[in-house]
Design a protein around this ligand. Structure first.
Ligand code: ADP
Ligand code: ZN
Ligand code: ZN
Length: 731
């Protein structure tokens, strides 16, 4: 009898035996269609056996082994096993999480092809130089077709965004024929050239590149620490060029989907012949599958993606880059709660390749690793563009200055100057909407979310109150629901309110608001950034969306409206995040030849964080923060795990956690704290509580968790959902 051992997407840490007469070891990593309970599900074959693990059970048969896509390669199965062990998450669920959605469906795939264009004899006979000079796109496309003979639609579009219409002309003229080719035709092992860089490397970049390229092959974790604009991307490009020259693949992880088009364009310009695919949640199911398969086939040279892309099969992988490695969006916050950055480092170790973690403000964990020699530190000390001095940072003491609609007089003056000089200003506030809460002056009623421990945010234009945590929304009331008073006042500032105030203060200026609300439409953000570059905008108001990655040469003023929320927070990571965020926004000012100025409105100008920010001194900040963490026994000096529970009542959540404490195995090096309600105790109608586990030894913690999770899984719970979060980032 032939048995397929199958991992299934259920919360049980085991595989399941199924009869499969036609299974062979070649099928390990393939999907299989099988009956599970009363459902038909897709599982992944993780082993083949001839004997049943437990003869008590009557085995079912696999319905079909799906051979419509190549099996998951061993390196990905190993990575999944590692994650299953480290994050204490069932293997079947890990595999389900990492497969593209399309591969989790029970319907077989249709053959995967892509449109391509073949140049005809007639097309070959045309002399490109004879085409009119101004028909630049035509010239480029025809030249490319003549060299390569066949080009996929994707490749043509990479040459020019208007390739579609030009190709139709070519077809009409008989120069080109359209056809379809199977997706996985070639395995790109050939060396690829790079376009010459626009600049010679500066000394710091040179040192970094030489260190990376000069290190013998094998696992090498690098921390590339450099302020925004110091030329980190240029260092990545050099490292990638070396990989391409050897015919290898590179995985580049970025924190945000919004950053991928920019980076993709920059990579494509440097490596015009490379196939670059993106992987993120904004792609359609079909696109995502195609890109994944191109990566798996070795067709894609560079995979550019967000968190989940860390699991992409890459047979020729030679380098991983994690840009903005400190960014919290690399941490998955539900299902398998993994850190894509940490998984990337693990993956690099297994694949014996270098991994470059880049950041202006590394996570303290990462920096700690670099200080202790576990990661190798590379520093880019200055901004790369000549003459670009770091911005001057000044503080405006809110205890002395009166605010006008959120703005202090010095800030208004500074904006006025910029508008007059034709330079741009960016005003940063970490809150979208009009105002964070609606208040009744009579009785003190505040607009609270009925489903969360949070306030409903005023969205004035839409006349709605919205919860930014659970999505609850309602009409804005005309009178107080509690006392009937009609004078309800929005309190505090949000991006919409600042935009309105700026419009009144600077009627002649062109103002643009950039936040999650104004960029909801596809391409909206790209179009907005385009406008800023074209200097059609004088004043930008926005959230952290604007803090990242974008490079605006005419931007010389950054105003931070209210930074104080993070200074004295219950979350021990709040100052780290605030510092990173402020340094990041500050970095937007004066990136080109013009000098930049940063004005921060705060009630606590003496806070040590601000002194470090003023000097742009990450190391100073990090050393102080790390010393505090060490004293307090916090990560990275200890290792943590959080057992999270949610239920309809706080009582059941707490009861479950108290039971969990009694199930904890005896362990000397591990501390089990008391269960407590979460900081946001109520979210989306669920009450939440948590239980912190801590140890100075990662090994001891892992050993404890392995034993504990078995007891927890065996423990019958009703009406409580729980999850284990290893290395949690919100505690
Ligand atoms: P980062 O990724 O650290 O933010 P970038 O690589 O985007 O920095 O570089 C910032 C700017 O400096 C870009 O416009 C880039 O073209 C330019 N640049 C990078 N390296 C150099 C260099 N060696 N000389 C001059 N300009 C450079
Ligand atoms: Zn809510
Ligand atoms: Zn009232």
């Amino acid at each position: 009898m032939k048995i397929a051992q199958i991992a299934i997407d259920v919360p049980l840490n085991t595989y399941f035996d199924y009869i499969a007469d036609d299974v062979s070891v070649e099928d390990i990593g393939r999907r299989a269609l099988l009956p599970f309970g009363r459902r038909l599900v897709v599982g992944v074959i993780v082993g083949v056996a001839s004997e049943v693990a437990d003869p008590k059970f009557k085995l079912k048969s696999v319905r079909e082994i799906l051979r419509d896509a190549p099996p998951l390669p061993p390196h990905i199965l190993d990575l999944a096993r590692f994650c299953s062990t480290y994050y204490h998450h069932p293997l079947g669920q890990v595999l389900a999480a990492l497969l593209p959605q399309r591969l989790r469906r029970t319907q077989a795939l249709s053959p995967i092809t892509e449109a391509c264009y073949n140049v005809t004899e007639a097309g070959l006979a045309i002399v490109v130089g004879d085409l009119p000079q101004r028909a630049a796109v035509k010239r480029k496309l025809l030249a490319a077709l003549q060299t390569k003979r066949t080009l996929a639609r994707r490749e043509l579009l990479q040459i020019s965004g208007s390739a579609g219409s030009v190709i139709r002309e070519f077809i009409a003229g008989g120069w080109v024929r359209e056809s379809a080719m199977p997706l996985t035709v070639t395995r790109n092992a050939a060396a690829l050239p790079a376009q010459a860089a626009a600049h010679a490397l500066n000394a710091d970049q040179q040192t970094a590149v030489e260190a990376i390229l000069g290190t013998p092959p094998g696992f090498a974790p690098w921390l590339l620490h450099g302020v925004t604009g110091s030329g980190k991307t240029e260092v990545y490009l050099r490292a990638i060029a070396a990989v391409l020259a050897r015919g290898g693949q590179t995985l580049v992880l970025v924190p945000e989907i919004n950053l991928t088009p920019q980076l993709e364009a920059r990579f494509q310009a440097r490596f015009p012949q490379a196939t670059i695919v993106s992987l993120h949640s904004n792609l359609s199911e079909g696109e995502r599958l195609k890109h994944w398969l191109m990566a798996q086939a070795g067709n894609a040279h560079i995979v550019l993606g967000t968190r989940l892309a860390v699991f992409t099969p890459l047979p020729l992988l030679q380098l991983i880059v994690v840009d903005e490695e400190h960014d919290s969006s690399f941490k998955q916050q539900d299902g398998m709660r993994y850190s894509a950055r940490d998984v990337a480092v693990f993956r690099a170790r297994e694949a014996r390749i270098p991994v470059i973690l880049g950041s202006a403000t590394p996570a303290l964990e990462t920096y700690h690793n670099a200080l202790h020699g576990r990661y190798k530190l590379l520093e880019l000390k200055a901004r790369a563009v000549r003459d670009a001095a770091p911005p001057t940072v000044r503080y405006i003491d809110l205890k002395r200055e009166k605010l006008m609609e959120g703005f202090s007089a010095p800030l208004i003056t500074a904006i006025k100057q910029r508008v007059k000089r034709g330079e741009q200003s960016l005003l940063f506030i970490n809150r979208r909407g009009f105002a964070p809460v609606l208040l009744c002056d009579e009785c003190g009623w505040l607009s609270g979310c009925p489903r969360c421990t949070s306030r409903l945010v005023v969205h004035l234009k839409e006349q709605r109150l919205r919860c930014h945590h659970c999505g609850h929304e309602e009409r804005m009331p005309h009178h107080c629901p509690s006392c009937g008073n009609v004078d309800l006042a929005p309190v505090g500032q949000g991006t919409q309110r600042l935009e309105a105030a700026l419009t009144r203060l600077f009627p002649e200026a062109r103002i643009l608001r950039v936040d999650r609300d104004s960029t909801r439409r596809k391409n909206a953000l790209a179009e907005m950034l385009e406008k800023v570059h074209a200097e059609e905008i004088d004043i930008l108001v926005g959230t952290q969306m604007l803090a990242k990655g974008h490079d605006f040469p005419k931007l010389t003023l950054v105003g931070v409206l209210n930074a104080d929320g993070g200074l004295y927070s219950a979350d021990f990571r709040a100052t780290e995040h605030l510092f990173a965020q402020l340094l990041q926004v500050a970095g937007r000012a004066g990136r080109a030849a013009l000098n930049g100025e940063v004005l921060v409105q705060t009630a606590f100008p003496q806070h040590p964080l601000f002194a470090a920010l003023q000097h742009g001194d990450y190391a100073q900040f990090a050393q102080t923060a790390l010393a505090e963490r060490e004293q307090a026994g916090l990560p990275p000096f200890t290792f943590q795990a959080m057992l999270r529970a949610e239920a309809a009542t706080l009582d059941s959540a707490m009861k479950f956690l108290r039971a969990a404490v009694t199930l904890a195995p005896a362990a000397t090096q591990v501390q089990v704290y008391d269960p407590v309600p979460a900081l946001m105790a109520r979210l989306a109608g669920k009450e939440r509580a948590q239980l912190l586990i801590e140890s100075r030894s990662r090994g001891a913690l892992q050993q404890f968790l392995s034993a504990w999770i078995i007891a927890l899984q065996a423990h019958k719970t009703r009406n409580v959902r729980w999850a284990l979060d290893v290395d949690p980032i919100d505690t």
